[in-house]
Design a binder for this molecule. Structure first.
Ligand code: NAD
Length: 506
């Protein structure tokens, strides 16, 4: 076993809150061999047998909620409410797929599409990729690890999880829990940094990656070289469009929560806001007033803070640089704009910026901080154009009292999900696809049947209902047979009588 360890530090005060082994490529290979050996037995259990284990696992997670959320809080310093929400969403998702997996993975029998093919019986079956590699980021580490692993396990795959080196503790603990309930050895955690993740990409048969676009491209490239599929859930720059007839009170509350939830470190955070000119000033006034009341600090349930620190000094530097870049190009800091220092950790003040434009990093690059840059626009058309002027396309929101208009605007946005009069709610709707467009990703996370079928290879089984000794298409090719077949095919394919019945020379 490796003697290299990674110390995990609290983002609030940089104290060491735990440590994990950092696995080498050889150790990852050995771990994957172990779960690969167990996978056929797991698959043979069938969906009902696997579901029983997942349900027992859900109960173990419920019974260990304080311990797990405690670890999650220690490594992320996120408020207790948000740590619990991660766990609750994970459990809800386990229930969702336990309830629906059997139907989602059931054999299908599509009917033959034409008279000729009606003589065949078609069965579509689904077989899991033997080993699924799940590579996760630090922002919602527990939810992503469990949400990606549970459907893969239910599908019959073995799963290896490589958590972020910044936040491996809760993930490692919940995967230990799988062993504690005595479940088959098909779920393993391989902590480490980027090189350990790269080793997972070498060993697995399917990669479910969540993280930055930069790393996603590297993984996608390597997966293509290995000819294995990958689902890449990457960065975002979600736009919020506030039309003149919006409920400004709800919209401003949502902007502050949607932009600053998890200190703005959510892939689907509100990252930029476009507001129609006639309501811009009033919207900014309300947002600013609310941003003032957002409390910065740590929150263990007793203390009162709404947002914790950023994950690291690197993230703090990115947010600071982007705000400074905006100011240097003419933006106004209405509130916040600087590091906050309740405990000397990587805290940043809730920040509202106005007078922003698309030359600024805050409007173009993922910020991942508690920042709300607000831009005045002439009308919905300009808002849509600017919202689409981004390399990213994860999700977005539209605010209007006219929901029909909201839907129309939504359809014109280049984003995988659009909330009308809401933020982040697409994440809580498991039947909805969560799939980024453009540089926000490829493939899809969640999304009803697609969210579990993606872990399977489809197989078509074709049976002939009638089995004569010979078939008209088979050898020998004779002019008589050829004429007959071609006449039949013409008759079937052509859509007008003339072409159906036309004589032909050869
Ligand atoms: P990151 O890309 O730096 O790291 C993600 C994971 O990849 C980590 O576990 C890391 O160790 C691993 N890794 C790094 N190099 C690797 C390599 N060469 N091969 C294999 N694995 C490697 O991302 P991060 O900073 O941890 O996470 C933040 C990013 O995640 C943001 O861009 C955010 O938008 C994105 N994110 C996206 C979604 C989504 O669903 N679209 C959800 C959450 C976070």
């Amino acid at each position: 076993m490796t003697d290299t360890r990674i110390d995990v530090r609290s983002p609030a005060d940089a104290s060491i809150v735990g440590s994990v082994a950092s696995l080498s490529a050889t150790e990852v290979a050995a771990a994957v061999t172990g779960i690969r050996t167990e996978q056929p037995g797991w698959e043979t259990l069938g969906i009902r047998g696997r579901r029983e284990w997942l349900e027992r696992y859900r109960d173990w997670l419920l019974d260990h909620d304080d311990e797990v959320t405690g670890l999650l809080q220690a490594e992320t310093s996120k408020p207790l409410q948000e740590a619990r929400l991660e766990l609750a969403m994970s459990l809800d998702l386990i229930n969702y797929y336990c309830k629906n997996a059997e139907a989602f993975l059931a054999d299908e029998h599509p009917r033959g599409h034409s008279v000729i093919t009606k003589s065949k019986r078609l069965t579509i079956t689904r077989h899991p990729y033997p080993v699924v590699g799940v590579i996760t980021p630090w922002n919602v580490p527990l939810l992503i690890a469990l949400a990606d692993s549970a459907p893969a396990l239910l599908a019959g795959a073995a799963v290896v999880v490589k958590p972020s080196e910044l936040t491996p503790l809760a993930t490692q603990r919940v995967i230990d829990g799988w062993q504690e309930i005595g479940a088959p050895g098909v779920f393993v955690c391989t902590p480490g940094a980027g090189a350990t993740g790269a080793a997972v990409v070498e060993e697995a048969d399917f990669i479910q990656f969540t993280g930055s676009t930069r790393t996603g491209i590297r993984i996608g490239r390597r997966a293509a070289e290995r000819l294995i599929p990958s689902s890449l859930e990457l960065g975002g720059k979600d736009a919020m469009i506030v039309l003149a007839d919006a409920d400004l009170e709800r919209a401003s509350n949502a902007a502050v929560w949607g932009g600053m939830f998890n200190s703005g470190q959510a892939c689907v955070s509100v990252e930029r806001v476009y507001v129609e000119a006639s309501v811009h000033d009033e919207f900014v006034r309300r947002v600013t007033q609310k941003a003032w009341t957002v409390r910065v600090g740590t929150n263990d349930g007793a203390s009162k803070a709404d947002i914790g620190p950023l994950i690291s000094s690197t993230q703090l530097a990115i947010v600071t640089t982007q705000v400074q870049d905006a100011v240097s190009k003419g933006a106004t800091v209405v509130t916040g704009g600087e590091r906050a220092q309740p405990q000397g950790g990587a805290f940043f003040q809730p920040t509202v910026l106005t007078g922003v434009d698309h030359t600024m990093q805050v409007m173009q690059e993922e910020t991942f901080g508690p920042t709300l840059p607000i831009m005045k626009v002439a009308n919905a058309t300009e808002a849509i154009r600017l919202a689409n002027d981004s390399p990213y396309g994860l999700s977005a929101s539209v605010w209007t009292r006219n929901t029909e208009r909201g839907r129309e605007v939504a359809r014109r946005l280049e984003a995988g999900a659009v909330n009308v009069n809401d933020v982040l709610s697409n994440l809580f709707l498991f039947p909805a696809p969560h799939a980024g467009w453009k540089k926000s990703g490829t493939g899809e996370r969640l999304g009803g049947a697609a969210g579990i079928r993606k872990y399977c290879r489809e197989q078509a089984i074709i049976e002939s209902r009638i089995t004569p000794h010979d078939e008209p298409l088979w050898f020998p090719y004779t002019p008589g047979k050829h004429r007959l077949i071609w006449r039949l095919l013409r008759f079937m394919i052509a859509r007008d009588a003339n072409r159906k019945l036309r004589k032909f020379g050869r």
